[in-house]
Design a protein around this ligand. Structure first.
Ligand code: BJ8
Length: 422
């Protein structure tokens, strides 16, 4: 990797602490990713992205800023990238997935807070995430109590806009979400001096739909047996989708899918045919959280699908492209976004239906329900999902964990027992 010290200094990154992070990541990645056999050749692109995760992509963000673009960070799949892009801003997903940031988060938040929130706050407070440091503003949302309070703390350190996500899906909630998207548009217009046009929004809606389409194409290929790509690699592609340049990501992921299609034609896979097929459902896994996938795929099983926000919830359902004016376009956006079945909604039966449908579509043998520690909404929903899966004869286990490695052995024993039941 080139020397990016000067750029990081300009971004007020804590260089010494950041060096500590940069030291561990390559070895971690090598052990988990590069040790895999028979990876698709096109995964080299994503290896490259990871090797430059705090380098080249950050430089690209700085270059866009020189072209008067604003960098806008977000933490949730409800924040509409279409609007961000249409106002000439660059969206980056910055939920933090590493234990490295947790202790700094715990300095200002109770320990019994979800690790995703503690790591996000810790990443900002420790000045070791160049994505955070590059952001002109971040957009939070009112999805869970921990996040709501986190935005107040974050707001002491940077420009934060919070979108009030309704937690029911009635008609009046849809109207409220349309209103919130309009407020977001107003805030960005003010920030950028740009004006949202129907044409721009339409163009970026089509672009974001293309990203969803290529991710769907990737996931559809995982329905094959033998599966042409490991769950770990597919997860990596989804994670990178949150912050890579969107046009390049679409192109590279289509190339990957072309290669996977060839594999399928030749009946070639990364795991043997009839390897137990696992679905993971639950809370999102942001980079570099590869813990559960690695455990499953070193336990004689393969992950074929993630019903998570770093999986199907991110790309399922397109925004309808039939709008003829701005109001219709906002309504189409609301219809698509409010189709996401996050556990923050009540009721949330749609998620049970999704899980059951994916079990059939991806020919799933068993399910790992993964909930980040202290995430009560996902933990509570386990009962409904467990009941529905048991009625269908699908074994399921619940794993509640954080980003540390302390419980890896214990989780592995439970996953192995699950795989044996298949
Ligand atoms: S749409 S899943 S990305 S909110 S894990 S921080 S809920 S305590 S991440 Fe999420 Fe949007 Fe929903 Fe998806 Fe809180 Fe739970 Fe932590 Fe969570």
């Amino acid at each position: 990797m080139a020397d990016y010290t000067k750029m990081w200094q300009e971004l007020d990154v804590d260089i010494e602490k950041h060096d500590g992070l940069c030291e561990v990541l390559p070895m971690f990645y090598e052990n988990i990713y590069l040790s895999q056999e028979n990876r698709p050749e096109n995964m080299n692109y994503y290896n490259f992205v990871i090797s430059e995760v705090h380098g080249l992509r950050i430089k690209e963000l700085q270059d866009s800023k020189k072209e008067d673009k604003k960098v806008v960070g977000s933490f949730c799949v409800f924040v509409p990238d279409e609007i961000t892009l249409a106002l000439n801003c660059v969206p980056v997903g910055i939920c933090s997935g590493s234990q490295f940031w947790v202790p700094d988060g715990e300095k200002v938040m109770p320990r019994n807070t979800c690790p995703l929130i503690k790591a996000s706050i810790g990443a900002k407070l420790s000045r070791t995430c160049p994505y955070f440091q590059s952001c002109d503003m971040v957009v939070g949302e009112t999805t869970c109590d921990g996040k709501k309070k986190a935005w107040e703390i974050l707001g002491e350190h940077m420009d934060v806009h919070v979108m009030d996500l309704p937690q029911m899906k009635r008609e009046k909630d849809k109207l409220h979400w349309i209103d919130e998207m309009n407020t977001y548009k107003d805030v960005l217009e003010e920030k950028t001096g740009n004006k949202l046009s129907f044409e721009n929004l339409k163009e970026k809606t089509e672009l974001v739909n293309k990203k969803r389409k290529v991710l769907k194409r990737l996931y559809d290929l995982r329905k094959c047996d033998p599966v042409p790509i490991s769950g770990k690699d597919a997860l990596l592609v989804s994670q990178i989708a949150f912050y890579d340049d969107i046009d390049r990501f679409i192109e590279q992921t289509n190339n990957l899918c072309d290669e996977l299609e060839e594999r399928v034609k030749k009946d070639e896979g990364v795991f043997d045919k009839d390897t137990p097929r696992i679905m993971i459902t639950g809370t999102p896994m942001s980079i570099p959280n590869w813990k559960i996938h690695h455990i499953v795929e070193t336990s004689d099983a393969v992950v074929v699908c993630e019903e998570t926000c770093t999986g199907t919830r991110y790309f399922e359902n397109q925004v309808s492209e039939d709008a003829e004016n701005m109001d219709e376009q906002f309504e189409n956006l609301a219809n698509r976004y409010l189709g996401i079945n996050c556990a923050c909604f009540t009721p949330n039966e749609g998620r049970v239906e999704d899980v059951l449908r994916y079990v059939d579509e991806y020919k799933v043998d068993a399910v790992v329900y993964n909930s980040l520690q202290f995430c009560s909404t996902y933990a509570i929903e386990y009962k409904n999902i467990e009941k529905a899966l048991k009625e269908k004869g699908i074994p399921v286990i619940m794993i509640e964990t954080d980003y540390s490695e302390e419980d890896t052995g214990q989780i592995k024993t439970r996953v192995e027992a699950l795989v044996e039941m298949v």
